[in-house]
Write a protein that binds this ligand. Structure first.
Ligand code: XMP
Length: 504
């Protein structure tokens, strides 16, 4: 396996995907990870990945002993500056963060560039090059005469100023592959079958013959997590589905059908909607709503646990994007996803999170292999706090009812128009505004519904979908005709970034 030490750079998230696409297992850990822990993971190689220096990264916290471990190292961008400095070298300080595909000449004698073109386009900043090359290292690539890659062949240590990991760079992928297969001599072993086998073993080891409770939400993530744990411990897994009153139309019935009837799992449904709505009364702040919902979730589970005797573990469908966006690896918090950031500290359970290292598309593949129907595997993501973060501002029963109907109509029309398999995620939002309209000659002062449809690969970035105007018109007409409290429908045409996918 390859261990990625994440310095918080904007490109580092792509690196994990690239390595896994090459069928090598990798884990992404914060740069503050100790050398002891690194050794315990026994990686074949380490990649120190960083974008530009920023004040979140404190270099002193990177344990420099990693350079003495004898494990191959590839350091990228800012990570390479830090490494070179440690060995007594120096880089220029870039005056701007202007990156481009620059034509870079490489030395094919170096294992890193073996078998590749002599000159290739790589994502780099012209101003940022190595200036002092420390003893034991030699230059292996240049951009306009400036050194942009170095190697210490004996120690198998490499530093590159360009970014081979960015999405669209085929040459970059070849360079990463050379590091994986020619420097670290990794096996092409990681695939989802392998992941399933390993994680079932791991779950068996962690839980043993004790009992676990699963927070089943009906979404892909928690469904796949539940199935994996079910495979490992069978009936010792009890699934609890909390109807928090923030679900979409018909959702509870669907979950019961699949997991109770098809997969024969131990499923308890708890109707806690009144409880959640009481707690949310008068609360308008999005982060506060998320925290309340997350905390109430855990309380409900704890109560179930007490009823159930001897449950020590809680299974959650946390996936990798939840982990990074919740700031658990030293990054800025974008939103506290209820299943990560919002966990109360006095929790009684030990967590089982088998999907913590996976990206969304990988989770889907695991689901398919475990026999989940395409219907669920392709189900669009639905946030844990549910409609609680799609009713903006205070959540009330009335607003939920309006939103649920609008969302149902939107989904129904998208399906009928056969757009459902072309869109990653689409849903309705109820903003906290009213506006003036006119119905049957009468002035109205009613709610607005926002429609949002986006395409994405893993939820990290997103593009709004150019739906046909006739389809949008049909949806708008139906919503305003069938829901008397709505007199206006708007379509969200913002990408992520700068917006997030959800509105709260
Ligand atoms: P954002 O709004 O952060 O959403 O751009 C990215 C993706 O994550 C989903 N999402 C959540 N998923 N718990 C989840 O399991 C949450 O609290 C949560 N909040 C957002 C969102 O629907 C989108 O697919």
């Amino acid at each position: 396996m390859i261990l990625i030490l994440d310095l918080g750079g904007k490109f580092s998230r792509f690196l994990g995907r690239r390595i896994r696409e090459s069928k090598v297992y990798c884990e992404i850990v914060p740069y503050t990870y100790s050398v002891e822990k690194i050794k315990a993971k026994r990686p074949e190689g380490i990649i120190i990945s960083g974008g530009e220096p920023n004040d979140i990264v404190s270099i002193d916290k990177l344990d420099k002993d990693i350079f003495k471990l004898g494990i191959p190292i590839l350091s990228i961008g800012y990570g390479a500056d830090i490494m070179l400095e440690y060995f007594g070298g120096k880089s220029t300080e870039a005056k701007s963060s202007r990156y481009n595909f620059e034509s870079i000449k490489v030395d094919r004698e170096s294992v890193l560039f073996n078998g590749l073109e002599e000159e290739m386009p790589l994502w780099a900043n012209r101003e940022n090059v190595f200036i002092d090359i420390p003893q034991g290292f030699r230059p292996i690539a240049n951009l306009n005469g400036g050194i942009v890659a170095v190697e210490n062949r004996d120690e198998k240590i490499y530093g590159v100023k360009f970014h081979p990991e960015i999405d669209s760079s085929k040459e970059g992928k070849d360079i990463i592959d050379n590091f994986l297969f020619k420097v670290c001599i990794c096996d092409k072993k990681w695939d989802m079958e392998e992941f399933i086998k390993d994680s079932i073993d791991e779950i068996k080891r962690q839980i043993g013959d004790k009992k676990a409770l699963c927070a089943l939400s009906g979404g892909v993530d928690s469904s796949v997590a539940a199935l994996l744990v079910h495979k490992a411990i069978g009936d010792n897994l009890v699934c609890v589905f909390v109807d928090h009153g923030l679900l979409r139309k018909n959702e509870r019935e669907q979950v019961e059908k699949v997991f109770r009837d098809e997969f024969n799992m131990n499923l308890i449904t708890v109707d806690a909607s009144k409880r959640f709505l009481d707690k949310l009364k008068g609360v308008a702040d999005p982060e506060e709503k998320r925290k309340i919902i997350g905390e109430e979730f855990i309380r409900v589970f704890e109560e179930e646990q007490k009823k159930l005797d001897g449950i020590e573990f809680l299974v959650q469908g946390t996936i990798y994007p939840d982990v990074i966006e919740s700031g658990m690896d030293g990054k800025v918090t974008v939103k506290s996803h209820h299943n990560v950031g919002g966990l109360p500290e006095d929790m009684d359970f030990e967590l089982v999170e088998p999907l913590r290292q996976l990206f969304k598309d990988e989770v889907r593949e695991v689901g398919r292999l475990l026999g989940l129907s395409e219907d669920i595997v392709n189900r669009q993501p639905f946030p844990g706090p549910g409609l609680g973060v799609r009713v903006l501002g205070e959540v009330t029963e009335e607003k939920l009812k309006i939103l649920r109907e609008a969302d149902y109509i939107f989904r129904d029309e998208i399906k009928k128009a056969k757009w459902d398999d072309k869109i990653w995620q689409y849903f309705a939002v109820l903003p906290n505004i009213r506006s003036v309209g006119v119905t049957h000659g009468e002035r109205t002062y009613n709610y607005t519904i926002v429609l949002r449809a986006i395409n994405s690969i893993d939820g990290m970035t997103a593009q709004w979908v150019k739906l046909p105007l006739e389809l949008l018109e049909r949806i708008s007409n139906r919503i305003t005709e069938e829901i008397p409290q709505v007199n206006r429908v708007v379509y969200d045409i913002t990408n992520k970034p700068p917006a997030t996918i959800e509105w709260e």
